[in-house]
Unconditional design. Structure first.
Lengths: 683, 251
């Protein structure tokens, strides 16, 4: 054996010439490794596989013509995109490959963007420059940002699209949750267009809290807000009994009595014996448009604009309820709740009804001794430490600035700046979702409280947060599609004051200001007839039978109705056309008949609308049975021609009618003059 | 066979073009050989004659020659890398990615440059140890030892300036730390750091400065000092042969 080795050594390195030759040969082999590695690279393997796949298909010739070998690249310098993903993902644009089982070669699902204009990593992240699977898809030593998991993919859209898109329900939901759970009371979020996300959860002021509720209730609420109302957005601070005791002591101690003080509930205006009267008034006033309440079957019924009222009798003191129902502005001038014109009897009825909605269990086990000054002092310290004043107005405590970390670029946060704990996936989405799910898991001393989110909501919030990337901040402004910003529009004069008092803008939008729960009224004066408007304000009829949320009955006196109607008919007119430009008198019966045909056959309007309560079942859009009494013909005509021009974003489709069709349909719709829904139901 | 080859070589050497370039022709005489060395711009740095003992492996372990070899590899691969590299903040790291993923044998090129750099630092130290323990630094070679120390510093500076160029986190923080160490020098520390970085932070100016140092200033200086180093070997009587032939033989 040894001899053989020696012989071998002599053969190759026996003299200097042999040694030089052998060493050269070895060097050559070693050098050949480089081009060989180049040749056997991963992407070539995928291109071969792709060719193999398409050659077996019916449209092989077309596909092969589209195929380009070698490294492919989408290069968009202004967006800093250099994406070589299409080197392996060769079937991205091939519609015929939509059914291929291998994700690598499947067609990209249809999106409204061209791959060549946006690249891949813009939305998907990962390492665009890479040409190996590992480097392109995963977090590696040289690249921190792996592919975004598919369930968060809408975060990609959210970098440019600051407005709600129908294609991104998850992102929209997440953004809505961030707004409605008041995340931005503590965290600043500046969007790419320079606007800030503002919360709309409207946390109540605590400056007069002692007038409203008891310390026992405050204690139980702080311990677990969701135990009182499952829909409560207030998070849980996991305070121990002593801390909750001291916080409730301070909260009550800082409260100052209202000016003028609440009136005691008089015995003679106590609620009437008939409990049905309260239910009925609650229903008529459409309190459920905004407030939810658990019904006898345990189902939650009602809107989420105001707080849930299932246990309101346990929470609120009777004298406060009475005061609030009569005029909410007294307790909270900034409330979203409208000022109903209830008479004394109605106030008593409604107060009695609400008082009867109790949850005695909630405070049954709370027994608190009178607070000591030390406890109050400690409570104050806790309130400051936990940043309660970030959301609530509290006497003697200023709203803290930048209480929590800014989240404007959380979607691009480098992992080395994050502290992970066990059980949290070591990735940015994992971290963000973990924080949203259970913030205190990251350390018991952390201040962020526990929000009650379902797993689906957690993913939605995570999606919305992951959209807040460096790219979203730094990309050219032309890439950005801004969200609709609220204007500061306020109507003037008496009508303006009245609209403020009635909180019209809680639900309606006018000139870009207000809520989106009810129709936009910017051009209501052009749309409707004055007589209908006054009638509607007096006693709102049902326009959309399927909705729980409806226009409440405010019990307005005639003078106020006239003020409102005059103002709306005069001011809220479109400059595009005159509301009287199409007199009904010029319509012929033939046109009406033709319109009826178009309504029922060509355009099948009855799928969504009701023209005749007896036969039609459409409930997506408003009922049109009394259309002739409600609208002006000119409005109907222009609406039919192009609904989105009159109200951007309306779901009414643009049917691209001819002028004649629109005119005939208008003639038909203007001929519908039966009563409203209620009248129809009565018959 | 061998004769034919020799004749061929002689023919080439007597060729007019060869003569015009190298000036010396063919011939077996020592005169011819020494002329060949003397009259060549590169070879004239070396001794015309060398003791056989000094050419043995044990005399130097060829450490100096190996160091020079890695330097040549670094120059060649460095020039090739320069073809793909932009010393600018938005492009530098992207160029690394291009070398890794798109340039043919780009990874090979980078790795060769990097490993050669490591090898050069190692070999320079090994060379100096060998020289030190053999006592080859003593007169008359003391000045060449000083040149060697300068070359050591240049090697380290080349290594350090090259470290920043990939413009990744490792590079950024290494240079941040390094420049902060420089700023610890009393009195002029902060000024030195400013001079080094071309600013107060590791940024575009520092990158450009390090690039120029790494690709132009330091290599040129190193070449000049290497030339002096080689030339001094000749002037100092060739490579140190050892204490005495007797000692060398006893080994």
């Amino acid at each position: 054996m040894k001899n053989k080795l020696q012989a071998l050594w002599r053969l190759f390195f026996g003299d200097s010439a042999r040694a030089f030759g052998s060493a050269s040969a070895i060097l050559l082999v070693l050098l050949a490794v480089a081009p060989a590695k180049n040749y056997f690279s991963e992407w070539r393997h995928y291109q071969k596989q792709y060719l193999h796949l398409i050659r077996g298909r019916a449209d092989a010739v077309t596909l092969e013509r589209h195929f380009q070998g070698g490294i492919q690249q989408i290069w968009i310098p202004e967006q800093q995109v250099t994406d070589r993903c299409t080197t392996c993902h060769l079937g991205m644009k091939e519609a015929s490959l939509a059914d291929v089982s291998s994700v690598a070669f499947r067609e990209h699902p249809v999106i409204p963007h061209k791959l060549t204009e946006f690249g891949c990593t813009t939305c998907h992240r990962g390492q665009g420059a890479a040409t190996t699977v590992e480097e392109a898809h995963s977090a590696t030593e040289q690249w921190e940002q792996p592919l975004l998991p598919a369930k968060y993919i809408e975060a990609g859209c959210g970098q440019c699209h600051l407005e709600n898109q129908t294609g991104t329900p998850f992102l929209n939901q997440g953004r809505q949750l961030i707004v409605s759970y008041g995340c931005t009371h503590c965290h600043t979020i500046k969007q790419g267009d320079g606007t800030y996300i503002t919360p709309d959860d409207d946390p109540p002021s605590l400056r007069h809290i002692a007038d409203k509720t008891t310390r026992e209730w405050v204690y139980a609420w702080i311990k677990d807000p969701q135990a009182y109302a499952g829909t409560a957005t207030m998070p849980n601070y996991h305070l121990n009994d002593d801390d909750a005791r001291d916080v409730s002591a301070f909260i009550l101690a800082q409260s100052m009595p209202l000016e003028p003080p609440l009136q005691p509930v008089k015995a003679d205006t106590k609620a009437p014996a008939d409990p049905a009267a309260g239910t009925s008034l609650y229903g008529q006033s459409f309190c459920a448009s905004c407030h939810a309440m658990q019904n006898a079957a345990g189902m939650m019924v009602g809107g989420n604009v105001g707080p849930e009222l299932t246990g309101i009798g346990t929470k609120a003191k009777p004298e406060w309820l009475q005061d609030w129902v009569a005029n909410p502005n007294h307790y909270d001038p900034g409330t979203m709740m409208p000022h109903y014109r209830f008479d004394a009897a109605q106030v008593a009825t409604l107060t009695g009804f609400l008082e009867s909605k109790t949850e005695p269990d909630f405070v049954a086990n709370v027994h608190l001794d009178a607070a000591t000054p030390e406890q109050i002092e400690h409570g104050k310290r806790l309130v400051v430490e936990n940043g309660c004043a970030s959301c609530h107005e509290i006497n003697g405590i200023k709203k803290p600035e930048n209480f929590a970390p800014e989240l404007s670029r959380i979607g691009s946060k480098p992992l080395n700046q994050l502290v992970f704990v066990e059980g949290v996936e070591h990735s940015l989405p994992g971290y963000v979702a973990g924080k949203v799910r259970n913030p205190r898991a990251f350390g018991p001393s952390l201040k962020m409280p526990q929000f009650k989110f379902t797993p689906q909501q957690i993913d939605a919030v995570t999606t919305a947060l992951l959209a807040l990337t460096d790219r979203a901040q730094t990309q050219p402004p032309t890439m950005r599609i801004a969200s609709v910003q609220q204007t500061k529009y306020q109507p003037a004069g008496n009508a303006g004051q009245l609209m403020g008092d009635l909180r019209c803008f809680t639900c309606h939008m006018i000139n870009g200001h207000g809520g989106d729960m009810a129709p936009d009224l910017t051009w209501e004066g052009t749309a409707v007839q004055r007589e209908w408007l006054t009638q509607f304000l007096k006693n709102p009829e049902t326009l959309r039978p399927a909705l729980i949320r409806r226009m409440p009955k405010f019990n307005l006196p005639d003078a106020e109705i006239n003020t409102l109607a005059d103002y709306m008919m005069t001011v809220y007119q479109t400059p595009e056309f005159d509301r009287d430009s199409l007199p009904v008198s010029q319509f012929t019966p033939a046109q009406v008949e033709q319109g009826r045909q178009l309504f029922y056959s060509k355009f099948a309007c009855q799928s969504c609308h009701i023209a005749d309560y007896k036969n039609d079942k459409g409930y997506i859009g408003p009922a049109l049975a009394a259309n002739g009494k409600r609208f002006n013909a000119a409005w109907v005509y222009h609406w039919l021609k192009d609904p989105q021009a009159l109200r951007p974003g309306t779901i009414e489709p643009n049917q691209h009618m001819t002028d004649d069709e629109a005119r005939s349909l208008t003639a038909f719709l203007m001929s519908l003059k039966s009563g409203g829904a209620q009248e129809a139901m009565k018959k | 066979m061998a004769n034919t080859l020799d004749r061929l070589v002689d023919q080439v050497r007597e060729n007019r073009i060869w003569r015009s370039i190298f000036r010396s022709g063919s011939g077996e005489s020592n005169l011819r050989r020494s002329l060949f060395v003397q009259q060549n711009v590169f070879l004239h740095l070396f001794s015309v004659k060398a003791r056989k003992r000094t050419l043995e492996f044990s005399a130097t372990w060829y450490l100096g020659a190996l160091t020079f070899g890695t330097f040549l590899i670094l120059v060649i691969t460095g020039i090739l890398l320069m073809l793909y590299y932009h010393p600018s903040v938005p492009q530098a790291y992207a160029d690394m990615k291009d070398l890794q993923f798109v340039v043919s044998s780009g990874v090979f090129l980078r790795n060769l440059h990097r490993w050669s750099a490591h090898a050069m630092v190692f070999l320079v130290f090994a060379h100096m140890f060998k020289v030190f323990y053999r006592g080859a630094y003593r007169p008359p070679r003391e000045f060449n030892w000083v040149i060697g120390v300068v070359l050591l510093l240049m090697t380290l500076l080349l290594s350090y300036t090259g470290y920043l160029l990939p413009w990744d986190q490792l590079a950024f923080w290494a240079v941040t730390v390094g420049s902060n160490i420089a700023s610890a020098v009393p009195v002029i520390g902060a000024k030195m750091r400013f001079l080094m970085l071309g600013g107060t932070a590791v940024n575009a100016n520092a990158l450009l400065r390090f690039y120029v140092l790494h690709c132009v200033v330091l290599p040129l200086a190193a070449i000049v000092f290497i030339a002096i180093h080689f030339w001094r070997i000749r002037k100092d009587g060739g490579i140190y042969p050892g204490e005495s032939p007797a000692e060398g033989g006893a080994k």
